[in-house]
Design a protein around this ligand. Structure first.
Ligand SMILES: Cc1ncc(C[n+]2csc(CCOP(=O)(O)OP(=O)(O)O)c2C)c(N)n1
Ligand SMILES: [Mg+2]
Length: 317
């Protein structure tokens, strides 16, 4: 499916929603209002939204430790996510899970699992069930580049490939596992695409994860190929996390991120929201209308967040 104004505007709204909600969550984390760890998706919104809009509503999602964007992109219940993060019993997991354990069956978001790599076999099991029920549903599982180094990744694409399961593994490659970069972690010449494509004879595509349109189109194509050819697919998205690995720090100043100082200035130039804005202009939307739209959406989700937040009775430690 080709991109059009309607899809791009919808994507822009969801991406702004994720950004605004996470910025507010970050503010409250700084004030010690959240008892669990916090991994923000800020900077990586185009991956979650591009994949979510590129599949079908009936398809299934699994997330990881950094899944606010996956949950919201799949249209998970926003108030229940906010309640969950703050440990309120009205949360999507009754407040027991927090930021890293979210689930919303109504929208087929079957869970975020923070133990790296562990969602892969769970997602394969679900994909096997779907195949036997002949539901023509795709199961998508998001992992990071660090998690793609876990044995479970290779076991999964082998076994799911053997059983021809309708499974798409999305790798959000932000180049870091905590503060350890790709180069330090891998043998020289490590070629993930080659391993997946040639080594495991698996469908593989690598695109710019900062660009919503590219992610959307690649997802759409991969979904069709997986269901038509009865095979597993790996979608490799190059992306940039603006936030610190864990915690509330988003800006360069706050972050004091020595491990990627030079790179961070470049990162800011690839804001996925700006890329969608630019594409909307290319499709003929007027700048002043886009600005008005942005302000309306920001206001809407800022007030939504604080309405829900104010109703929460925070737990005492
Ligand atoms: C099995 C396991 N080992 C270690 C951790 C601690 N841990 C949480 S996130 C993370 C880094 C993950 O990196 P990556 O998969 O690239 O995802 P990103 O955080 O970059 O999104 C680590 C080591 C964990 N959750 N599970
Ligand atoms: Mg990573």
């Amino acid at each position: 499916m080709k991109i059009n104004k309607k899809i791009l505007t919808q994507a822009y709204e969801i991406m702004i929603k994720i950004r605004v909600i996470e910025e507010n969550i970050a503010k409250e984390f700084k004030e010690n209002k959240i008892l669990s760890f916090l991994h923000l998706s800020i900077g990586q919104e185009a991956c979650a939204v591009g994949v979510a809009l590129g599949i079908k509503k009936k398809d299934i999602f699994f997330g990881n430790h950094r899944s606010h964007a996956h949950y919201l992109a799949k249209n998970g219940n926003l108030s229940k996510m906010i309640y969950e993060i703050f440990g309120d019993k009205r949360g999507c997991c009754k407040g027991f899970g927090g930021s890293m354990h979210m689930l919303d069956k109504k929208v087929n978001f079957l869970g975020s699992v923070p133990i790296l790599g562990s969602s892969l076999p769970i997602a394969s099991g679900i994909a096997m069930g779907e195949k036997h029920l002949n539901n023509k549903r795709l199961t998508t599982v998001f992992i990071g580049d660090g998690s793609a180094e876990e044995g479970s990744f290779y076991e999964t694409i082998n076994l799911a490939g053997l059983y021809k399961l309708p499974l798409m593994v999305v790798i959000e490659d932000n180049k870091y596992a905590v503060e350890s970069d790709n180069v330090k972690r891998k043998v020289s010449g490590y070629n993930l695409g080659g391993l997946v494509k040639k080594g495991f004879n698996t469908l593989y595509n690598r695109v710019d994860g900062q660009n919503f349109t590219k992610v959307f189109e690649a997802t759409n194509q991969m979904r069709r190929d997986i269901l038509k050819k009865n095979c597993v697919g790996v979608l490799h998205l190059d992306c940039l996390r603006f936030a610190k690995h864990s915690g509330h720090e988003i800006s360069f100043k706050d972050q004091n991120a020595k491990y990627r100082k030079k790179e961070f200035l470049e990162i800011q130039k690839k804001d996925p929201l700006n890329i969608v804005r630019r594409d909307l202009i290319k499709l003929g939307l007027k700048r002043k209308h886009i600005t008005k739209f942005e302000n309306t959406i920001k206001k809407k989700y800022n007030s939504f967040f604080y309405k829900v937040f104010k109703s929460i009775k925070l737990r005492k430690i």
